[in-house]
Design a binder for this molecule. Structure first.
Ligand code: MG
Length: 278
């Protein structure tokens, strides 16, 4: 895979993403794949999906998890419903996460990633330790498959994330850095956050977001790359300084013109890559 190959976040069944046909149309060579629902994760289906991507010469670099009952309507609801943090869903979702690690392994993918949810900020909170424990279970399963477990940024500040990563204390825990999420969740300035967690970054989402919300605009709505408040050039310069050479994966979630926006984003990243890396 080329250094800084541009890719997109996609799904093959439902939910957010550009879809396999769009991936082909856009001509990208690498994707983050949202894990499909369980019926599509059987051994047979996994082999089919692997074949489809291989035929199209598209590499899957990370399999991302979400759950059908995740609810992003408000950040308070996110706290109650998203990731492995909500107590009432934790065990069931742990089982599904371990299953998806196996699915990713079946596809030959060496990383899974997710929003873990809002980890308690206070490391002495008993639930902090409980979330550390469940995260270790995921890391340990991933390690059996030679995988890393990537935590999506945004639901905590960079220093809280570092505290959590240190507490988990597993060599295969890593960060998927999403600069727009830092803005959307109000978790700090993206580039300053990258300075802190940079050494853990194994994948990124090239996503943008505007601090200023339009009337009636949902809190989670992102912006076309380069049109929000993420300094994309500064972001890539920092990744370059960090020695990051993995894919630049565009994530464009809420847009009436998703494919058009992604095309523009691909061009922007191409231009910046030429400028920065020559
Ligand atoms: Mg993201």
């Amino acid at each position: 895979m080329n250094k800084w190959a541009t890719g997109i976040f996609t799904s093959i069944d439902e939910g957010l993403g550009a879809g396999l046909d769009s991936v082909k149309e856009l001509g990208v060579s690498t994707v983050h794949l949202r894990a499909p629902r369980s019926e599509l994760r059987s051994k047979e289906k996994t082999a089919e999906i692997k074949e489809q991507f291989a035929e199209s010469e598209i590499e899957i670099s990370v399999v991302f998890l979400g759950f059908p009952d995740d609810d992003y309507s408000t950040t308070d609801v996110v706290k109650q419903t998203v990731g492995l943090v909500p107590k009432d869903r934790r065990e069931r979702r742990l089982a599904e996460t371990l299953d998806i690690s196996g699915f990713a392994h079946g596809l030959g993918v060496d990383a899974i990633g997710m929003h873990l949810g809002f980890v308690p900020q206070d490391p002495t909170d008993p639930d902090f330790s409980a979330v550390v424990e469940v995260t270790r279970k995921v890391c340990d399963r991933c390690l059996e498959f030679g995988q890393h477990f990537h935590l999506e940024t945004g639901q905590e500040t960079a220093s809280e994330l570092l505290t959590f990563i240190d507490a988990v204390d597993r060599k295969n825990i890593a960060v998927n850095f999403d600069p727009a999420n830092m803005i959307l969740y109000g978790a700090g300035e993206p580039l300053a956050a990258l300075d802190l967690v940079g050494r853990h970054v194994r994948s990124v989402h090239c996503k943008d977001a505007a601090k200023k919300r339009q009337a009636g605009q949902p809190w989670y709505e992102d912006a076309p790359l380069g049109e929000g408040d993420v300094d994309i050039r500064g972001f890539l310069l920092k990744l370059h300084d960090l020695g990051y050479e993995g894919p630049l994966t565009i994530e464009r979630e809420y847009s009436p013109n998703q494919v058009g926006d992604i095309k523009k984003a691909l061009q922007l990243l191409e231009d910046l890559r030429k400028e920065i890396r020559g």
